[in-house]
Design a binder for this molecule. Structure first.
Ligand SMILES: CC(C)(COP(=O)(O)OP(=O)(O)OC[C@H]1O[C@@H](n2cnc3c(N)ncnc32)[C@H](O)[C@@H]1OP(=O)(O)O)[C@@H](O)C(=O)NCCC(=O)NCCS
Length: 201
């Protein structure tokens, strides 16, 4: 085992147990999502409120990574039926049975912990959690579409698409929604186009 990984602790939590993770999760989201393609100007109060969606759902799942007492990574999942109307809508419109889909939220790792296989573990753990109920047929997540030539795109930017294809997810251009947030350096929140990816369980 990679010595860097051997020193980390991995914790799975569901439903109400997730409440204690919220402050760490909020900080991690703000820290990781400030980078392209998210460019998210985080708001701690908003984050703490938003993340209650997980602690208030008994089937919600958070798999987190700790280095000592510090949360350095985490990934989330929740039944699509418990997600917001804007996330459910494209599936409803396309004729999917929402109650059969488990939705994956964020995957977050501080940069120094990337490239060690933890991203694969994030998928393994969430897919196993979704399968454990025996009632879900698909897992899905969405990705922000910043277009081919956004000015903030770093020259060495490595998209996650290759990774997601390797995990047998298919990009579904007809399944899209918009989400609104404040980009770093902007004064007003703007809508972003989100594209869903899906895989059979
Ligand atoms: C997405 C993320 C969680 C992946 O975590 P990770 O632990 O680095 O991923 P892994 O080490 O398991 O690698 C997964 C795949 O990514 C690719 N990859 C990882 N590091 C890479 C690198 N330095 N160069 C090229 N490809 C790389 C590989 O395809 C790898 O698969 P392989 O090992 O089968 O070849 C992490 O990169 C991250 O936090 N990114 C920022 C936030 C984000 O974009 N989240 C996803 C959407 S919410």
């Amino acid at each position: 085992m990679n010595p860097a990984i051997a020193n980390l602790r991995f914790i799975s939590q569901t439903g109400q147990e997730i409440e204690t993770l919220i402050p760490g999760l909020a900080l991690l989201r703000i820290g990781v999502f400030k980078d392209y393609p998210y460019l998210y100007e985080g708001d701690l109060a908003y984050e703490q409120n938003y993340l209650k969606i997980y602690s208030s759902c008994s089937q919600a799942f958070v798999f987190s990574v700790f280095d000592g007492d510090r949360m350095v990574g985490a990934t989330t999942a929740i039944p699509l039926a418990q997600e917001t109307a804007e996330v459910q809508k494209p599936f409803v419109d396309a004729g999917y049975e929402v109650s059969r889909i488990f939705y994956f939220g964020e995957s977050l790792l501080l940069p120094q912990y990337r490239g060690l296989g933890i991203g694969h573990r994030f998928f393994d753990e969430r897919e196993a959690h979704a399968a454990s109920f025996g009632s879900y047929t698909h897992t899905s997540f969405c990705s922000v579409d910043r277009g081919p030539s956004h000015p903030a795109k770093p020259a060495d930017y490595r998209p996650n698409n290759v990774f997601w294809l390797k995990r047998q997810y298919t990009e579904m251009p007809h399944l899209q929604c918009t989400m609104s947030w404040l980009d770093i350096g902007e004064k007003q929140a703007t809508e972003k186009q989100m594209i869903f990816w899906i895989r059979g369980l």
